[in-house]
Design a protein around this ligand. Sequence first.
Ligand code: GDP
Ligand code: MG
Length: 371
Amino acid sequence: TGTLNVTELAEKLGKSPNEIIKKLMFAGVMANKNQDLDDDTIELIASEYGVTMKKEEEVEKSDLLQYIEAEDEKKLKERPPVVTIMGHVDHGKTTLLDSIRNTRVTAGEAGGITQHIGAYQIRTEEGKKITFLDTPGHAAFTSMRSRGAQVTDIAILVVAADDGVMPQTVEAINHAKAANVPIIVAVNKMDKEAANPDRVMQELTEYELVSEDWGGDTIFVSMSALKGEGIDDLLEMILLVAEVEELKANPNRRADGTVIEAELDKGRGSVASLLVQNGTLRVGDPIVVGNTFGRVRAMVNDLGKRIKKAGPSTPVEITGLSHVPQAGDRFVVFEDEKTARQIGELRQQKQLEERRGEQSKVSLEDLFEKI
Ligand code: GDP
Ligand code: MG
């Protein structure tokens, strides 16, 4: 699936289409002016002219979205923010996720056994909900985005105060910026002797993250994830940013959303964790998830509790799908099972055909390996 055709690439490189066609020929690709080129070929040809082409940031949207009916603005209601925690290894992402998760015990939800379903939701003392993606690290974020799914509303950038900005800190900033997601900086490990928050602030100015104290507009929260200090401040700031972002959804419609993770369970079959992004998902709903389909047989929340319905920004785990979908796949609920089955089967068929097509195509890389 190309992002540029020959003529467009020629334009970008300031060359004539004929010259590009010649280059392609030398590379073993027979192409005409209107031929779409895949990313690897584009990179290869560009590199011959000493140009490094970045792969298109604009990701292809899932064609499953075509089945979602247009939204009526008047029906939109506030929804909880969905937050991803990012940052350099060992700066405290997991500790922070655990600390935040523990806060909900105080909110009267004790007794549930935490179930890892790829995300969890807390309720603050004011009764506001926040959803956290439970898969720290950037891989989940980027692989979802590369598949056209955006589930994160707010990114928490964890920076250890005794270590400062490190390579994966910068990577995280780039991901969040590319996704146009607002960043809150959590300056962590403040309990440590060597903590130097000023240095963190100083270093982050290079990446246009300037604290409000220094005349910028980025929120910085000092904390110790280990000791549970600063958690309330952080939650408050998340809600503040969420309010500014005016996050909304319509709970009174058929659900759609994204797969957070999925696996094949020996006893239960295909098990998928879904984030409901719009509408309300119900047990019994006919559903298409990526290239698979089914009916929501059972649904549990992040406390392992069986539930019958789940509104916007709620993470749930469902069973009842014909196959195992992939993280980043979209899901859409249909009016009736027949339609869901038809569309699901069509998509499965298409996927099979695409796979066959890929196998018979000789890639440029293969060609060069042979030389
Ligand atoms: P991750 O790789 O970003 O998920 O980092 P972890 O949460 O696994 O933390 C790495 C190490 O730092 C662990 O030994 C944690 O106990 C420790 N750690 C995390 N947060 C804090 C903190 O606020 N203060 C101190 N002193 N140690 C922390
Ligand atoms: Mg970790």
